[in-house]
Design a protein around this ligand. Structure first.
Ligand code: ARG
Length: 232
């Protein structure tokens, strides 16, 4: 401008479903924090943009980025072929995968082969939900109960309303640390998955910044710092 020549900093709205520690959660003060949130903030700082974090239901994130209500999804979202058709993903920023959880005292379920006639609890719209639906369609599971938030998904298992939870392994592990003696992992990791940040299809300008920033924070050690804070 004539006065200062100052360029206005762009602010991008980041959508997340924050019941997914250590990737995204709400702290005591009510602020949304976690690995994904600190990582996207570090990327923003590196690239010179601002972010505003917004809490959104997991199954509403893709529609929200498509309609332009949010700019970026940072929500432990697995890069899948089906989603690639709806949004554009950044480079993968962390590897995770699905696992089966059962009540701590359950000794009957030791692998995916032990799920006959059981009831599963999953987060709506998640890859765990997709996996459970496949097992339902194949006549393995007898019922799939879906919930909007992962705390309720877990509660259903702990309260005996479901026999198994199919959810991302690191999140289930974090729950086991938080609530010792309640649940455990049954068997091996089911699927390997990688998380990416997502933007509206064709939003190349923003995606290029996210990918460049990610590369920079990996190279300068910021990524490692954030990782060791949340995965110790
Ligand atoms: N990784 C899984 C998926 O993409 C679950 C992600 C759930 N994320 C969340 N913030 N609740 O479907």
């Amino acid at each position: 401008t004539a006065e200062g020549g100052e360029v206005e900093t762009a602010t991008f709205i980041v959508g997340t479903e924050p019941t997914f520690p250590p990737f995204e959660m709400t702290d005591e003060s009510g602020a949304i924090t976690g690995f994904d949130i600190e990582l996207i903030k570090a990327i923003a700082e590196d690239q010179g943009f601002e972010v505003e974090i917004q809490s959104i239901g997991f199954d509403a994130l893709i529609p929200a980025v498509q309609s332009g209500n949010i700019d970026i999804i940072a929500s432990g979202m697995t890069i899948t072929e089906a989603r690639e058709e709806q949004v554009d993903f950044s480079a993968p920023y962390i590897d995770a995968g699905l696992a089966i959880a059962v009540a701590a005292d359950n000794s009957d379920v030791n692998s995916v082969d032990d799920l006959q006639d059981l009831v599963a609890s999953v987060q709506i719209g998640s890859t765990g939900h997709e996996k459970a639906q496949e097992l339902l369609d194949a006549g393995v599971l007898s019922e799939v109960k879906t919930f909007n938030t992962v705390d309720v998904v877990m509660m259903e298992l702990v309260n005996g309303g479901a026999d198994v939870v199919i959810n991302d392994l690191p999140v289930t592990q974090a729950y086991m640390v938080q609530q010792p003696g309640t649940i455990k992992i049954a068997g091996e990791k089911l699927e390997s998955e990688s998380y990416g940040f997502a933007v509206r299809s064709g939003n190349e300008e923003l995606l290029t910044m996210i990918d460049a920033g990610l590369q920079n924070v990996i190279e300068d050690g910021t990524y490692d710092e954030i990782q060791s804070k949340y995965f110790s």
